[in-house]
Design a protein around this ligand. Structure first.
Ligand code: PEP
Ligand code: MG
Length: 602
């Protein structure tokens, strides 16, 4: 019987993992904190001293270069910085903190910086200031050096790790090569934030909202992560490790059986088809080959902004064309839905400074940026239309608020198309264009918008935050952010009804579609497709293949009549239990291959 304590958080992405922990900054400017074991303390003091020596050496070099190339007077600042680092009082303060609090060096230097800054603010006019030397500056160099060394060590070690951070940001998810990441655990993080979307898409078991996580961790400590249950175990004993290994083997066997069904069409036993498509967030999705093209009915959402985020400058038309073409060819005739650039909020481009906004979720993002910076949109449309010469492409517009925006894009689209024709490029005759339903105004005016578009796709991640006035990235309102709130279910039904009345396809590409019970509810409402991260395709397809359409309709009807998100979640959970029983009972050799109870609830 294991004595290892299990700590609970909130599950974000399923799966099991065990690996040593590596603490990362939630964003490049955040300083990581972790605890040290007793026997690591002196090594940490040595790490600090080595860093001080390196930074002092750099400062000497800078002083020499500036003295030679500019003037001795200008070079003086580096001597001052070097003197500041030699202050025995400051050094004593940092080493004492490392030893007494048993915290990593960068966290203790950061503590010193805060102390110096508050002291400095009381010493207005002090001579240190007259030198123009912010006395905390050289210590910042030490923090940067420590973090860089630490990151270099982890990135060159080749080991696989569990990444631990304060917050689940896109930076944390992408800071290390995918093959090196076993799981992610954080103290904070919305379940529908972009970091969570990426973690799910990359298939990293992920748990957030783990109280006091970082203060419990030691760099390199072994951790077991259960992304289904939303729990972690630190420094597990042998019994916990054995249990993990048994469960892991079972998990793998289950996945293998599911994979055998993955290439079969997602058609219910009574003959209704649901297109089960994949969301792609990164070019690496294609390289890693997490999924075979015939395990999907195409790409329901290609988040092109991640292509932009992986670059150091705007990708050229040629670069975009080559990438879109690669995706189109990879999917061998299945439709690929390219969403135009959706930056803003926490999706920022390092080389494109957007204004600092008080309320970025309601600010300059998505189509609003593309319509203001029309050249960006024109280049992207040119690349997308050129790719359409190699296979079916659809265009999807994010953050649409009004029908005029759609009309303006259509006009640009026509201009770009005729320009390409004049230049002799091959472009498909039919490139359907649709909108993301994310903004309540688009939802309410949908019948009018539907006259202008070929299809719609509901972005529940954003629609939920705007309907419920609960920021998807803000952990303080995470409990209010409920994709099963009756208002959301009403909206989902309204979209399906409006699309059916207009005779146009409708899809859901938000995260909820990756939950197989929810996907069936959407099928019952009248959705023609759902799109999700690669890891959810096989369970959703198998669930569709084992559920009669009539049951999906009954599920949708019952859910729509309920008065709270909690009741809807309970209904979906009961449905999962029944489905699982049926799958394990009826599937013969596939017994046990169905989605396990509660393993995928969004
Ligand atoms: C959504 O909002 O549901 C969506 C799919 O877009 P994103 O998560 O990229 O904002
Ligand atoms: Mg969105």
């Amino acid at each position: 019987m294991s004595q290892t304590r299990t700590i609970s958080g909130v599950p974000v992405a399923p799966g099991l993992a065990m690996a040593p922990v590596h603490v990362v900054r939630a964003a490049p400017e955040v300083i990581p904190t972790w605890s040290l074991r007793g026997d690591e303390v002196e090594r940490e003091v040595e790490r600090l001293e080595a860093s001080l020596a390196r930074v002092s050496h750099q400062l000497d070099e800078q002083r020499r270069l500036v003295a030679e190339g500019v003037s001795r007077q200008e070079a003086e600042i580096f001597s001052v910085h070097r003197m500041i680092l030699q202050d025995p009082g400051a050094l004593k303060r940092v080493t004492a903190r490392i030893r007494e609090e048993r915290l990593n060096a960068e966290a203790c230097v950061e503590h010193l910086i805060r102390h110096l800054e508050s002291t400095m603010s009381k010493l207005e006019g002090n001579s240190v200031r007259n030198y123009g030397a912010d006395i905390s500056d050289p210590w910042r160099l030490v923090v940067r050096d420590l973090m860089q060394r630490d990151f270099d060590a982890i990135s060159s070690s080749g080991d696989t790790v569990v990444l631990a951070a304060e917050e689940l940001t896109p930076y944390v998810v992408t800071c290390l090569d995918r093959s090196r990441v076993q799981a992610i655990v954080t103290e904070r993080g919305g379940r529908f934030s972009h970091g969570a979307v990426l973690a799910r898409s990359f298939g990293f078991p992920t748990v957030v909202e783990i109280p006091n996580l970082l203060s419990r961790l030691e760099q390199g400590m072994r951790m077991i992560v259960d992304g289904d249950a939303g729990t972690i175990q630190l420094d597990p004993d042998q019994a916990a490790v054995d249990l993990f290994l048994t469960r892991h083997a079972r998990h793998q066997a289950k996945r293998e059986v599911l994979e055998q069904h993955a290439g079969l069409p997602a058609v219910t036993p009574d003959g209704h088809r649901l297109l089960v498509q994949v969301n792609i967030e990164s070019t690496r999705d294609l390289e890693v080959g997490d999924f075979e093209p015939d395990h999907t009915d195409g790409v329901g959402l290609l988040r092109t902004e991640f292509l932009y985020m992986e670059r150091t400058q705007f990708p050229s038309e040629e670069e975009q064309y080559r990438l879109y073409r690669r995706v189109v060819e990879h999917f061998e005739g299945r439709p690929v839905t390219l969403r135009t650039l959706d930056i803003g909020g926490d999706k920022q481009l390092p080389y494109f400074k957007t204004p600092k906004e008080v309320n970025p979720a309601l600010g300059w993002r998505g189509l609003r940026v593309s319509l203001q910076w029309e050249d960006l949109l024109r280049i992207q449309l040119r690349a997308a239309l050129r790719a359409s010469g190699h296979g079916p492409v659809q265009l999807l517009l994010p953050m649409v608020t009004a029908v005029e925006e759609v009309r303006r894009v259509h006009q640009i689209f026509r201009e770009v198309r005729s320009q390409l024709a004049e230049q002799g490029y091959r472009v498909a005759d039919d490139v359907p264009a649709g909108i993301m339903v994310e903004v309540p105004a688009a939802l309410l005016t949908l019948p009018q918008i539907l006259e202008e578009v070929d299809f719609v796709s509901v972005g529940t991640n954003d629609l939920v935050q705007y309907l419920l006035a609960a920021d998807r990235d803000n952990p303080w309102v995470a409990k209010l952010y409920d994709p099963y709130h009756p208002a959301v279910l009403w909206a989902l039904r309204w979209v399906a009804d409006a699309a059916r009345a207009a005779g146009k396809p409708c899809s859901v590409c938000g995260e909820v579609g990756g939950d197989y019970a929810t996907a069936l509810m959407l099928l019952g409402m009248g959705y023609t497709s759902v799109s999700m991260g690669p890891n959810f395709l096989s369970t959703v397809r198998y669930a569709v293949r084992t559920t009669p359409f009539t049951e999906a309709v009954a599920l949708a009807e019952e859910a729509s009549g309920l008065g709270s998100g909690r009741e809807v979640r309970r209904l979906l959970e009961d449905f999962r239990v029944r489905l699982h029983a049926r799958q394990t009972g009826a599937a013969g050799s596939a017994a046990g291959s169905g989605p396990s109870k509660g393993s995928q609830s969004a």
